[in-house]
Design a protein around this ligand. Structure first.
Ligand code: UGA
Length: 442
């Protein structure tokens, strides 16, 4: 293994959200990193120090390690093979047919990389994959003459968008799916700094490592859908889901995190991962898991319909021709990602019912406009709500909690706000004569 005085020499294949963050953070952990993508445009941008998505803290760190010389970029597999002995696969695994994961980028990366591998090296998958994928890839690679010494490991990533740098540099845990003590040693060297700082490093077999990732996302999604199902019960009986969540969360066994009721989950991970896991469960004929995840998904999608219903009621029974102002388009705050954004889905549903939607987001408008060009977009909150019949709060940016409801009252048509994320200060808005509607509270 080639170890420079500063660290290992390692490569990262795929420079999307996961790969670019991983490459930058591994350079920050002291390694010499070569990051590779087949998309030359992406590589050119990265070499210029540009991060093509909104991720706090990532761009300065990219600049730092372009300058330090520890991070380089290429579009050549040849250079990747020559550069290091530890190769991280960080390509996307989008949703494919029937909800199953589409592994075409992973297979293409393996096909692209293997002809350039020589001697003993470790290929480490980080992408989220259906259980069993790693073993199949390992067998395929080992069957190639000359690659008998190439080993495969799986090291799933748990970073959250908006906190990607922090999550990568000091994760809650590191999971090492390995087939040999040597592979574990390699991974422990790669993560020597966080491990020395006390981050738990858990070694296990490939299948368990793959499962940790999908089970974690399935659990988080289930927790969110559980509290959203409770919101439905609260509405039916006149209880308050926020007070319920607060009281439940004080039980340490339950915990308050991921128990925020409202519009539910979206993004590039939770929705696709529970569907892919459901597809695996159906294949394995484990109906209970497929049913559970199907329910979690259905409850989640049901919240979007409920918010539309609350908006329709607030608009007087019909949305046709009504002006609706939407605050927040990203799937969650501190991100410009609109993949599977619950907000954009609500906007589409409102538009289909004839509402005229004007939307705002601190950073996600360019991405939203590419997907939903028919929506109107405004670049300030007052311009968004001007003349609106109903205002919807759909992504809980801190900026929106800082809004002065009295000032907004002077420009809005009707003072009604649907707080679909249940994070605004209801009393403050009511004191300024607003009607505040929120899910989970009749
Ligand atoms: C999620 C996981 O949290 C990461 O651990 C994982 O690495 C990542 O997926 C992935 O698989 O790559 P992320 O999609 O960035 O991370 O976002 P989260 O912070 O988990 O939020 C997901 C969705 O749940 C958002 O739409 C958020 O608004 C929603 N949410 C979250 C709720 O509706 N209620 C909550 O209480 C918490």
């Amino acid at each position: 293994m080639s170890v420079t005085p500063k660290g290992l020499r390692l490569t990262v294949v795929g420079t999307g959200y996961l790969g670019l963050t991983h490459a930058v953070c591994m350079a920050d952990l002291g390694h010499e990193v070569l990051a590779m993508d087949v998309d030359e445009e992406k590589i050119a941008k990265a070499m210029r120090g540009e991060v093509p998505f909104f991720e706090p803290g990532l761009e300065p760190l990219l600049h730092k390690h372009l300058d330090s010389g520890r991070l380089r970029f290429t579009s050549s597999y040849d250079q990747v093979g020559l550069f290091g002995d530890l190769h991280f696969l960080c390509v996307g695994t989008p949703q494919g047919a029937g909800g199953a994961a589409d592994l075409k980028y992973l297979h293409a990366a393996v096909e692209g990389l293997t002809p350039h591998l020589t001697g003993r090296c470790l290929v480490v998958g980080k992408s989220t994959v259906p259980v069993g994928t790693a073993r199949q890839v390992a067998e395929r690679v080992r069957a190639v003459p000359g690659l008998e010494q190439v080993e495969l490991a799986w090291n799933p990533e748990f970073l959250r968008e908006g906190r990607a740098v922090q999550d990568s540099l000091s994760p809650d845990r590191l999971v090492f799916g390995v087939c040999s003590p040597w592979a574990e040693v390699m991974l422990r060297q790669a993560y020597a700094r966080p491990l020395a700082a006390g981050v738990p490093g858990l070694a296990m077999d490939l299948e368990t490592a793959e499962l940790v990732k999908v089970a974690a996302n399935a659990f988080l999604a289930t927790k969110i859908s559980f509290i959203n199902a409770m919101a439905e019960v609260c509405e039916a009986v006149g209880a308050d889901v926020l007070q319920l969540a607060e009281a439940l969360g004080h039980d340490e066994r339950i915990g308050r995190r991921f128990l925020a009721p409202g519009l539910g989950f979206g993004g590039g991970c939770l929705p696709k991962d529970i569907r892919a896991f459901g597809a695996v469960a159906r294949q394995l004929e484990i109906g209970s898991v497929a049913d559970l995840l199907g329910c979690v998904d259905a409850i989640n999608m049901g919240r979007r319909a409920r918010v539309v219903e609350l908006t329709r009621e607030a608009a007087g029974g019909s949305l046709a021709g009504r002006r609706v102002a939407v605050l927040g388009l990203a799937f969650k705050p501190d991100s410009d990602d609109v993949r599977e954004s619950p907000s954009l889905d609500v906007c589409d549903r409102l538009t289909r019912e004839g509402a005229v939607v004007t939307a705002h987001d601190p950073v996600a408008i360019p991405n939203a406009a590419r997907i939903s060009p028919v929506l109107r977009y405004a670049d300030s909150v007052p311009a968004t709500v001007a003349g609106a019949d109903v205002v919807l709060h759909l992504t809980e940016w801190a900026d929106y909690r800082a809004i002065d409801p009295a000032a907004l009252a002077t420009v809005v048509g009707q003072q009604t706000i649907v707080d679909a994320r249940c994070t605004l200060d209801t009393q403050l808005w009511q004191a300024a004569n607003w009607t505040v509607v929120r899910p989970g509270r009749r």
